[in-house]
Write a protein that binds this ligand. Structure first.
Ligand code: NAD
Length: 449
């Protein structure tokens, strides 16, 4: 892997440290996106059946927004800051300077195959690093497009796309990097972390898991249902922060189900297969996996359940009270099936969540301040989103990342810049006013101070 030694040379040359180079790369990336907008939408459609609007808001415009933010802020964020110097260290001054780490490996997942590699790329370039991008081999068309476009627009001596399957990725992970950011499953996250430990390489792990959605008795049912249906079925449920299942009390169960059914029909029609706005499952393996959950729950279907193997279509499906010890409730669904679990009270809902691994996102729909306070104080999750799904991603002041099994570290906005930087403290002392009492011999030290 010659490019890695090349990147080392580039980095040591100091080229990537200048703010001009960083800005130049961000502008080149912007140009790459703008000049290839149509091919990008096509690749995302080929991989996941994504419609243009969805590709635009969740991938293309998302990255452009990041670029705009970093173009505006990088100069400020890259500045050395003065900090105070205690009397004991006077005369002297203290500064903190953010420095780039070196060569960063960014490994993306297939479900948002453009955003999940380019958004970290923006942050890593802005922080002054060389970058190896490893798109997921499952999103074939997007991976191919990135491999074709990136070398045409970005500095080849500092940025490369490495395509490949598990065997090729295993080889890549044997190389020495200065930071690895991995987005994907928990199982592979462990493999990445193990490989990184060989060189004590720091990792950021953006993982998944089951993100619960609590619906309180006191809520605006119509808006709640619309927002849950949207957040769950966008990208055919293949979103790391999609609500995985709903917890609802017996009192609200029937009204909620009715509202969800209405919202579903409103958003995707009576036959979602015909909707141009509804995506497809990434590949046969995942189609089989999700179909397996369906089979086990045939008797519990509320709406949906239809599949088409040839086009990898799985209908948006609501399922009532699946067995809590069955795969659909023990694994991340990552597809368009939404279990609705009846739970006696809000206390029980909190207990249900706390009995499981900490989720990437926790959703609560409620108008009740006490309930909101209780959920906020008594649960832990990557993000808590009250009365909406997914949209917290649009706030680049928020750190995006998991906690516990849903991941470690974060990015987006300044958080991304910080992830790919080392904040180096610099103490600059004067030779003047040396204090001899700190030197040995230390006899009578109590009298000296
Ligand atoms: P994936 O199969 O595309 O794998 C991700 C990356 O890991 C790819 O680059 C792939 O080449 C590599 N990889 C796969 N198996 C490997 C192995 N054995 N050794 C080394 N490298 C390997 O993606 P996935 O794992 O199916 O992604 C789905 C998961 O990702 C879900 O759990 C989802 O919640 C999570 N996810 C998280 C986020 C987030 O931002 N937190 C975003 C998207 C997806």
């Amino acid at each position: 892997m010659e490019f890695i030694s090349q990147f080392k040379k580039t980095f040591t040359s100091g080229k990537t440290r200048s703010v001009e180079w960083r800005h130049g790369q961000l502008l080149a990336l912007k140009q790459m996106l703008e000049e290839n907008e149509k091919s990008i939408y096509q690749a995302l459609h080929d991989d996941l059946g994504k419609c243009e609007f969805e590709s635009h808001i969740s991938e293309y415009a998302f990255v452009l927004k990041d670029i705009a933010l970093f173009l505006k802020k990088t100069k400020t964020w890259a500045k050395t800051r003065n900090v105070s110097t205690p009397l004991l260290l006077q005369p002297g001054h203290s500064k903190i300077t953010p420095e780039p780490l070196g060569t960063v490996l960014i490994m993306g997942a297939w479900n948002y195959p453009l955003q999940l590699v380019l958004s970290p790329l923006v942050a890593a370039l802005a922080a002054g690093n060389c970058v190896v991008l490893k798109p997921s081999e499952l999103s074939v068309a997007t991976s191919k497009l990135l491999a074709e476009l990136v070398p045409k627009y970005l500095d080849k001596s500092a940025v490369a796309v490495y395509e490949g399957d598990v065997a090729a990725t295993t080889e890549l992970l044997k190389q020495r990097f200065d930071h690895i950011m991995y987005t994907g499953s928990e199982a592979v996250g462990k493999i990445v972390m193990r490989a990184a430990s060989e060189y004590l390489t720091p990792v950021t792990l953006e993982l998944g898991g089951k993100s619960p959605c609590i619906v309180d008795n006191n809520t605006n049912l119509k808006v709640t249902a619309a927002r849950i249906i949207w957040g769950k079925f966008i990208n055919a449920g293949q979103t790391c922060i999609a609500p995985d299942y709903i917890l609802v009390t017996p009192l609200m169960r029937e009204p909620l189900i009715k509202a969800l059914q209405q919202a579903l029909i409103k958003q995707f029609g009576r036959d979602p297969k015909q909707s141009e706005d509804y995506g497809r499952i990434i590949n046969d393996r995942h189609f089989q996996r999700i179909s397996g959950y369906l089979k086990e729950n045939e008797e519990r279907l509320i709406i949906g359940g239809q599949t088409d193997k040839k086009t990898k279509y799985i209908a948006p499906t609501l399922i009532f009270n699946p067995e809590l010890t069955s795969p659909i409730m023990e694994e991340e669904i990552f597809g368009p099936l939404l279990p609705i679990i009846e739970i006696a009270s809000m206390d029980k809902a909190i207990q249900f969540i706390n009995d499981r691994e900490k989720p990437l996102a926790l959703y609560l729909f409620s108008n009740d301040d006490l309930t909101i306070k209780m959920v906020k104080n008594e649960t832990s999750s990557g993000t808590l989103s009250i009365n909406d799904t997914l949209t917290f991603m649009l706030n680049s002041d928020f750190p995006f990342g998991g906690v516990g099994h849903s991941g470690m570290g974060s990015y987006h906005g300044k958080w991304g810049f910080d992830t790919f930087s080392h904040f180096k403290p610099i103490l600059h002392k004067s030779f003047f006013a040396d204090m001899p009492m700190r030197y040995a011999p230390y006899s009578n030290w109590k009298q000296k101070i």
